[in-house]
Write a protein that binds this ligand. Structure first.
Ligand code: ADP
Length: 463
């Protein structure tokens, strides 16, 4: 509102002030020029008629009276003796006029610059009566002293001022009214934004916001709702995650409790049964341990990319190491591990995180395989990325499940996953680790035929 008022009212006041002063200055300058012309005409007449010595000539008298009447003033004519030969007020005739201005006029200063007394509204002008002698020299024969009122100019200025000020005031009032109105219109949507945000802060998340207003405000509304949606999705997935975690952590404990209780309830339990149950309990504890370890890896990966420990390493060697580490498990299930590399690849990666991701994929290839199956790992690269492909001859993933397998705790077949010691966190960990390398992972699978995971990671780490 202030800006509106400043932009509207300040230039208006300035304009008014300049307009009035320019008018006054121009009117006074015009008046001076007119008076100088009259002085010039009068001085010729005075010299021609010899009025300066005789002081008598009706024509001159008439002319002087006419000029003083027109311009509302007093004209005094002084001759070389400083004697006043004519005073239109008839007060000082015959007397002497000795003033600084008149004497300066005689001393050849020419017509002294006119004086405009603004406060008392008059204009003073001394006009020398000159003739040119034979030697072309100017001789001063007398001075016409003119005192004129400028009240007429002043009164025009005043009435103009009144009108302009009235106009400016009306305009200023309009500007103020419009500023209040428009600033209201402009700020109302913003106030709505603030109110909506306040309501959301109080917990009314689900409402979303709808700001009507100009374009930008509607854009804010859209972005805001977008953000709220995202926040809500995050909140939902967080809640789901927490409930999944609790559930997963509770399952082994429930089993342990059941096993322990059944042992306690029976009397004279044979030692073999104790042994069997305790082995089961130990298995459940192992499972609990695995879930906790996987959760910890996931939480670590969820942290910011600042935790990346990036080093240029030989990917061929890394894959060979992983395969070597996993070969005993594969052998146990009679699964062949095949490795093929199309070229040597050196890339900037976090070795621990990448090998965790790839190990999970190969382990899954072994776990979800058929007997006498195979898992083939191949490595390739172009100028920008390296590609790791992990294909298996396993049970495959049903099409409808393929979108969900990267979700935390998702398992296609819970019983089988549990049997093989799966937690449902492996692929979530893998995906996180790959994304932290700015990479991508894709799955192709056909039930009963096998599964292929394609991983693509930039050769140079992009921070
Ligand atoms: P899990 O710990 O159960 O293996 P993952 O997150 O590693 O959890 O995998 C999620 C689910 O995806 C698995 O339970 C399994 O059903 C399916 N899956 C993953 N990899 C394969 C694969 N290579 N072949 C068939 N199914 C797979």
């Amino acid at each position: 509102m202030l800006v509106f008022i400043l932009v509207g009212v300040v230039p208006l006041s300035f304009f008014t002030y300049v307009l009035l002063n320019t008018y006054e200055e121009k009117a006074i300058n015009n008046r001076i020029t007119e008076l100088q012309n009259q002085g010039n005409m009068l001085s010729n007449m005075l010299y021609r008629t010899g009025y300066l010595t005789t002081g008598e000539d009706t024509k001159v008298d008439d002319e002087v009276t006419r000029i003083s009447d027109i311009y509302h003033g007093r004209i005094i004519i002084v001759n070389t003796n400083l004697n006043i030969v004519k005073d239109t007020y008839s007060l000082e005739e015959g007397k002497y006029l000795i003033s600084k201005d008149v004497i300066q006029c005689f001393l050849g200063a020419g017509s002294s610059s006119p004086i405009h007394d603004r406060e008392n509204h008059y204009l003073k002008l001394n006009y020398p009566i000159t003739i040119t002698d034979n030697e072309n020299k100017q001789i001063i024969m007398g001075v016409i002293v003119m005192n004129f009122s400028t009240k007429d100019i002043q009164s025009i200025r005043d009435s103009m001022e009144q009108r302009v000020v009235l106009f400016a005031l009306t305009l200023a009032v309009l500007v103020v009214v419009f500023s209040i109105y428009f600033s209201g219109i402009l700020t109302k949507p913003l106030t709505n934004v603030v109110n909506s945000i306040d309501r959301m802060t109080e917990g009314y998340m689900e409402e979303g916001v709808s700001f009507k207003g100009y374009n930008e405000i509607e854009k804010i509304s859209d972005s805001f709702n977008h953000m709220i949606n995202r926040m809500q999705k995050l909140e939902n997935s967080r809640q789901e995650f927490v409930s999944n975690v609790s559930h997963e952590l509770k399952t082994p404990i429930t089993s342990i409790k059941v096993l322990a209780d059944s042992l306690l309830m029976q009397e004279d339990t044979p030692v073999e049964l104790y042994r069997e149950f305790l082995e089961d309990i130990a298995d459940e504890i192992d499972r609990e341990n695995k879930i906790i370890n996987d959760l910890l890896s996931l939480v670590k990966l969820d942290k910011t990319a600042g935790d990346m420990n990036i080093v240029a390493i030989n990917i061929n060697e890394l894959l060979e190491q992983i395969l070597k580490r996993l070969s005993p498990i594969a052998k146990k299930q009679n699964i062949e591990l095949i490795y093929e590399s199309f070229r040597p690849v050196i890339a900037e990666v976090d070795e621990v995180k990448l090998s965790l991701a790839i190990s999970n994929l190969i382990e899954n290839g072994i776990k979800y395989n058929t007997s006498d199956g195979w898992v083939r790992v191949s490595l390739n690269a172009d100028h920008k990325y390296f590609f790791i492909k992990i294909a298996d001859s396993g049970i495959g993933i049903p099409e409808e499940a393929q979108d969900s397998i990267f979700e935390r705790f998702y398992r296609v077949d819970k019983a089988r996953s549990r049997e093989t010691g799966g937690t449902g966190l492996g692929l979530a960990i893998t995906k996180n680790a790959i994304q932290m390398h700015r990479g991508a992972i894709k799955v192709y699978s056909k039930e009963g035929e096998g599964t292929t995971f394609n991983v693509r990671i930039p050769l140079n780490y992009i921070a």
